[in-house]
Design a protein around this ligand. Sequence first.
Ligand code: PGA
Length: 249
Amino acid sequence: MGDSTQFVIAGNWKMNGMLEESLSFVDNLTENPAPNAVEMAIMPPYTLLHSLSKPLAEKGVVLGAQSMYFEKSGAFTGSISPLMLRDAGCHYVILGHSERRDIMHEGNALLRKKLDAAWENGLEPMFCIGEHLEEREAGTTNEVLKNQLSVLAGTDVSLPLTVAYEPVWAIGTGKTASPEQVSETHAFVHQELARLGRKCRVLYGGSVNAGNAESLMACEGVDGALVGGASLKADSFMEIVAAAARVAA
Ligand code: PGA
């Protein structure tokens, strides 16, 4: 674990989730075994934010969104604004997820606008970074991460931020980074953040599940997990929360 006092286990549902099954997901969540040591968060699709806001809050789960546009309102058909996310009860917004970077072509300039807009509207960005397999194999991982983190240069370091290191080759593939790769890369990310004047939580993401969560959370510099597939079922999500609680104990 890094220096922070609380792990975050965040579930990124991506483009999954219908109303009824999502309400049963919340019903099936058991009690957080260590609320002081582990924060639970769920990022459902936009369509579920309002409906899940209250039921999740009642279970002590923090709400987040998976993306947003940077304008407050206006003629931006199909977009969701930071104000709307606040209105729906969100605390977090994921920005820079590799699926947004790769499929929707979101780059540094746009992400900086989104980060600023999140902060201006009282949201905490969960800012994702990570290298592709070719980049890891070419030995350029640190360079890639440094470039992605450079978006934070000159931002107000007192504003809340959580970073998620997600190697792209580990997302949805069942392959996780080894504990050595995780510790080494998290050390680099914390160091780079410190160079930018920041001290914040750095989560690991990429095929985290009930079976590997404990060893990943125990890696030096890891402050929680951003979980995709394994966050879609309440029992596997709670098992990951329990694993983090054991590491924190
Ligand atoms: P995964 O997704 O856990 O399904 O690999 C993680 C993520 O993309 O945040």
